[in-house]
Design a binder for this molecule. Structure first.
Ligand code: PBG
Length: 327
């Protein structure tokens, strides 16, 4: 008598059978493609540590978005490289800020493409931290509550520019409630918030800080981002953001935190996203360039792992390449 397992193996023998019994399927509709917008015109500046990713001027970003929409990708998320930085993050909330200008131009050209706005201050602060800083000697402290007003202002200015989903990534306490109240008070009660709820203080953000020119000038982000060993604390952070009014949540980074994704999926019945961050992208690109791994295979395997763990929305620099493969 043949063991049933033999038939299970047969089920995996051809692509059509494998496809039939597949438990997890990727779709471009679940991808979000990050864009880094810089001043100027006609600019496509390669980012050294992220081969294939560029700083784009608004006009180039619009072209990119036409391509993204044609590939059936779910949406984009905008990061800004402002003309000037200061200690009040003026560029983050200015009505003619770089992200606000990009959003208006993209909405005009590709009205149906979903636009997320990353709400954070690090790209706009001269010191590169995600909130207001008070320094005394070598010591510095992040001012949580005073930062909330700036974050809320930023969110409202993004909504005004046509951004569809507000995605705060700063990790200040209480920012979801502050942003929700400000949006509601400005006529944007229908604009959802996707909270970077479980965002870990990670070494995997290295290349992003080159891409967004947002490395802290001193210190690090460990006082406001989460400690990598803590899963239960991550659940608590998510719970608090949901209580404050988050509509969707995110775990970030992705591949090193699949257990956090899985646990969040089990506990919370809201749309769950995961961010496959710059360092995850860079590792795969670098190893592939050396001929050490098969790029497409590892790209798809990592994306499927993130979805299998429970994320239905994946923010990824591979969005276009993966969408092309999924055809
Ligand atoms: C802003 C922000 C960061 C990322 C997204 N939003 C950097 C950070 O927290 O240092 C990282 C994304 C990536 O690495 O791809 N705070």
């Amino acid at each position: 008598m043949a063991f049933p397992i033999t038939r299970m193996r047969r089920l995996r023998r051809t692509e059509s059978l494998r496809s039939l019994v597949r438990e997890t399927r990727l779709s471009p509709a679940g991808f979000i493609y990050p864009l880094f917008i810089c001043p100027g015109e006609g600019i496509r500046k390669p980012i050294g540590s992220m081969p294939g990713v560029f700083n784009l001027s608004v006009d180039e970003a619009v072209k990119e978005c036409c391509e993204v929409a044609a590939l059936g990708i779910g949406g984009i998320i905008l990061f800004g490289l402002p003309e000037a930085k200061d200690e009040a993050a003026t560029g983050a909330w200015a009505d003619d800020g770089i992200v606000q200008r990009a959003a208006r131009a993209i909405k005009l050209a590709v009205p149906n493409l979903l636009i997320m706005g990353d709400v954070c201050l690090c790209e706009y602060m001269s010191h590169g931290h995600c909130g207001i800083i008070v320094k005394s000697g070598d010591d510095y402290e992040i001012q949580n509550d005073p930062s909330l007003a700036i974050l809320a202002k930023t969110a409202v200015s993004q909504a005004r520019a046509g951004i569809d989903i507000i995605a705060p990534s700063d990790m200040m306490d209480g920012r979801v409630a502050a942003i929700r109240a400000a949006l509601d008070g400005s006529g944007f009660s229908d604009t959802p918030i996707l909270s970077y709820a479980a965002k870990f203080a990670s070494g995997f953000y290295g290349p992003f800080r080159e891409a967004a020119d947002s490395a802290p000038a001193f210190g690090d982000r460990r006082s406001y981002q989460m400690d990598p060993p803590n899963l239960r604390e991550a659940m608590r952070e998510i719970e608090l953001d949901l209580a404050e009014g988050a509509d969707m949540i995110m775990v970030k980074p992705a591949l090193a935190y699949l257990d956090v994704i899985a646990e969040a999926r089990r506990r919370f019945d809201v749309p769950l996203s995961a961010y496959q961050v710059s360092g995850e992208y860079a590792m795969i690109q670098a190893a592939a360039q050396n001929g050490w791994i098969d790029r497409e295979r590892v790209m798809m395997e990592s994306l499927i792992a993130i979805q299998r763990a429970g994320a239905s929305i994946i923010l990824t620099y591979f969005a276009k390449d993966a969408a092309r493969l999924l055809g």
